[in-house]
Design a binder for this molecule. Sequence first.
Ligand SMILES: *[C@@H]1O[C@H](CO)[C@@H](O)[C@H](O)[C@H]1NC(C)=O
Length: 306
Amino acid sequence: MHFSSLIAPVFALLGAVSANSLAGRAAQLTQVQNFGDNPSGTGMYIYVPTKLAAKPPIIVAIHYCTGTAQAYYQGSPYAKLADQKGFIVIYPSSPHSGTCWDVSSQKSLKHNGGGDSNAIANMVTYALKKYNGDASKVFVTGSSSGAMMTNVMAATYPELFAAATAYSGVPAGCFVSSSGAVDAWNSTCAQGNVDQSAAYWTNVVKGMYPGYSGSRPRFQVYHGSIDTTLRPNNYRESVKEWTGVFGYDATKPQTVKNNFPANGYTTDIWGVDSTNPLGKVQGIYALNVGHTVPINGAQDMAWFGL
Ligand SMILES: *[C@@H]1O[C@H](CO)[C@@H](O)[C@H](O)[C@H]1NC(C)=O
């Protein structure tokens, strides 16, 4: 029962599972029990490749709603890329029935609030220490609910991450529950009926870690133009959020790449300079793609600089 119910979303997620074949993979996905404070009961799974880099980078790869760490391990390209490049992948596993991530309660929407985001941050700290990881090369990515959590991680733990990639999510704070409910669905946001200014979103992000003035992760937003689960307005709001945080004008990308990274996709880039050719914010809008924007492992590696 578990196998068949998992395999469908895995296929849906990727469209090319063979690319991530587990055959020939020496290392395996392992659960870690005691990684630190974990009041929300979030699961930690880790993939440590056999050929580990001396100071390994870390990617946190966060599953979609109804997903699991195991399903995302199998259905995303990161473990295979870890075998090639020697980085570690952490696959958090949501503790909620359903199992979406809590991106609605203040526990998760605050730095050190004791929710899922706090647990994921503690996984990063644990892995950095245990494997002598490179703290300047920690990245976060995810799909759908995992993309929402990617936004929340970037907002609540900006000091941990160098870059983030969100596949079909919503801006950090868009799913906030007016009653403070944990793991609540927010149909106003999902349906694309939240339309706020860049200044509003910037305040939302800054309010998640008051007083923080350090660097923030470069942020990449992928979204499909015919997404009916999380309507495409969430693309525009996410772009407003992250360009706002960095102080760029969302309506004025510096670079526009048509049909990149795939036919029918448009990539808008803000914050390019000589030290940062990839920019600080990238918005990648996929024409005629629905909620499942396929993970682009090669582009993720380029964005993370791996
Ligand atoms: C949904 O989120 C918006 C902010 O994005 C918030 O104003 C609204 O209260 C939320 N709805 C519920 C039912 O919590």
